[in-house]
Every structure is written in structure tokens, then in C-alpha cells.
Unconditional design. Structure first.
Length: 132
């Protein structure tokens, strides 16, 4: 099944050594395709399922300095695996997902050197499956 997800991570605000306030915002846009297996049974029973797939993730790093027009906005793409496990009851799904996103890029900081990042995550979600 196809999947789309936008994730906005917590915004970090602080002051630099010159006492200028700055803000760092990070986010990710995920496009994925998964294959699932669901245990058979009546629709209104607890049916476990598992799934796996691949995702294309666009990671975004953005810095803004208060009182200054200076800002920095960079993106890096990555392809990674994902795994899901959960239960379905009727049209409702309760899912634990593990997402692996590892990138190497010089874009997120001004050093110009490749830096390795791990944006791996685990998420818990509740969903509604459209009846067919």
C-alpha cells in the first residue's frame, strides 16, 4: 500500500555566543510503499498484522536568526527500509512502525564536509482503514 507522511520535529530555540536568538526547525516528508500480511478472522475481532517496505525521505534542516535576515535552509534525500507490526479491530488499526533514515551530506552545516546523520525513528499510530 502507498503511504505519505509529514513529520515536524520539535523546534529548538537558543542564543548564540553573541546573544543573538536563533531557531532550528527540522522536518521530514516520507513517501513509502509497504506490503502487509494480516491474520484471517472475523472483521470485528483482534487481528494481528505485520508489514515491511521502502521509503523515500526528504529531510529538512532550517536555521533562522532573530533580528537578522540570515537564514539557512537545506534538504537531503534518503531511501530506507521500514517495518510495521500491530493489530486491527474492525476498521481501526493500532500500529508500531520502525523507520530507518540514514544520510550523509555536507548540506546541513557550513563545514562543507560530509557528515553522517541518523534520523531513525519509532512511531505509534492509530488509523482508520476505509472499508471496501
Amino acid at each position: 500500500s502507498p503511504a505519505f507522511q509529514f513529520v515536524k520535529y520539535r523546534v529548538h530555540e537558543d542564543y548564540d555566543e553573541a546573544a543573538a536568538r536563533f531557531r532550528i526547525a527540522t522536518s521530514a516528508v516520507r513517501f513509502g510503499c509497504d506490503v502487509f500480511y494480516q491474520a484471517p478472522g472475523p472483521i470485528w475481532s483482534w487481528r494481528p498484522f505485520v508489514g515491511a517496505g521502502l521509503e523515500l525521505t526528504q529531510n529538512r534542516y532550517k536555521e533562522e536568526f532573530e533580528g537578522d535576515a540570515t537564514s539557512y535552509d537545506a534538504r537531503a534525500n534518503a531511501v530506507g527500509p521500514r517495518a510495521h507490526a500491530g493489530v486491527r479491530y474492525g476498521d481501526f488499526m493500532f500500529t508500531l512502525s520502525l523507520l530507518w533514515t540514514r544520510i550523509t551530506t555536507p548540506r546541513f552545516f557550513f563545514t562543507g564536509e560530509d557528515t553522517h546523520y541518523s534520523w531513525d525513528s519509532a512511531q505509534v499510530s492509530v488509523g482508520y482503514a476505509l472499508p471496501h
